[in-house]
Design a protein around this ligand. Structure first.
Ligand code: SF4
Length: 74
């Protein structure tokens, strides 16, 4: 199974809560900004959905080995 790394740009995050609503096992809202519950995870489709649904593209998901971008996709 692939391992992924999640980066949340808290400066860009507008606190919509979409990510925590879409993948609550991977994101939480801390006050006005979201963060990843764990930055290194096993591949999980819900994380892609969360990154794609973020209105400001503040969530970047990459393969842990090699750094290839998994989401968001254009
Ligand atoms: S979906 Fe994006 S803007 Fe909304 S809380 Fe998550 S990271 Fe922040």
């Amino acid at each position: 199974m692939s391992r992924w790394k999640i980066d949340v740009n808290q400066g860009a995050c507008v606190g919509s809560g979409m990510c925590a609503g879409t993948a609550p096992e991977h994101f939480r809202l801390d006050g006005a900004a979201a963060s990843a519950i764990s930055e290194e995870i096993d591949a999980h489709d819900g994380v892609i959905d969360a990154a794609d649904s973020c209105p400001v593209e503040a969530i970047l998901v990459r393969e842990l080995v090699g750094g290839k971008v998994v989401a968001p996709v254009d």
